[in-house]
Design a protein. Structure first.
Length: 258
């Protein structure tokens, strides 16, 4: 007997990454698409069709749907609201190294990086003015006055994407075939969620503040956010926020309507 899709209403994975199959409510999920051989994506990303009708990562202008499974060899996890104290001008080590900076994958996006604030919502501090981040080592340092506005000894909340280690992938479990790449092992076929759905994903811009009811937009190439979602961006509106990411549940809930 098939399980009713709302049977589970809580996270069961050990690492917050990709597409939450337990809570996402899907009406249309077609599995007969062929993924372009050169493209890579993570479950929960926005995807599009190329001229040959193959699935590629969305560039933001006209996304087709959501990837339900993975086609990659390196994966990202999300941390929301890591609570750390910044003392003096000494580096504070975050829980993870290899943070994703200046665009997913690196390279100078307009907004992507980390979000550092006194609260998990509301105003944020400014990188290079109030603090600096070592994205490789996963460390943060407050900058002193008069430029910096983080008080010595203050506690802050940090949001970021990071690359999962091989051990984290092993701990989080593999698919039925003991691989991470679901699509390649299935002959290059990918399941794409389209139409009306509620999606719980970690494939979102960690630097912005999300509010329930806010319009969620597709990330664009100019911000190096291809495949990711954000708020206030130049990409197509793909739905509304129904759950904000929190430290206890870092998935973004999106009422998808495209």
């Amino acid at each position: 007997m098939a399980l009713e899709p709302r049977r589970e209403a809580f996270r069961v994975d050990t690492i917050a990454r990709g597409f939450d199959h337990q809570r996402s409510i899907v009406n249309n999920a077609f599995g007969d698409y062929v993924a372009n051989a050169a493209t890579t994506f993570q479950a929960g990303m926005l995807v599009d069709l190329n001229a040959a009708g193959e699935i590629i990562v969305s560039a933001g202008a006209n996304p087709y749907g959501w990837a339900k499974y993975n086609k990659n060899t390196a994966y990202q996890g999300i941390v929301v609201g890591e609570y750390v104290q910044l003392n003096g001008l000494v580096a504070t080590t975050l829980a993870h190294a290899n943070l994703l900076n200046a665009g997913i994958g690196g390279g100078g996006g307009a907004t992507i990086g980390t979000r550092v604030g006194l609260l998990t919502t509301g105003a944020v501090y400014v990188e290079a003015t109030d603090y600096t981040i070592n994205y490789v080592n996963g460390t943060i340092v407050r900058l002193p006055a008069p430029g910096g506005s983080i008080a010595d000894g203050a506690y802050v909340y940090v949001n970021y994407q990071y690359t999962l280690t091989a051990q984290e992938l092993a701990d989080d479990g593999h698919n039925f075939w003991n691989f991470d790449d679901d699509v390649t092992i299935q002959g290059g076929k990918v399941t794409v969620v389209t139409g009306d759905a509620i999606i719980y994903t970690t494939m979102f811009d960690p630097t912005v503040t999300y509010t329930v009811g806010a319009i969620i937009t597709a990330g664009v190439v100019a911000d190096l956010l291809s495949g990711y979602v954000t708020v206030g961006g130049a990409g197509l509106a793909v739905g509304r926020c129904v759950q904000i990411p929190t430290p206890s549940d870092p998935f973004l809930g999106v009422k998808s309507n495209f």
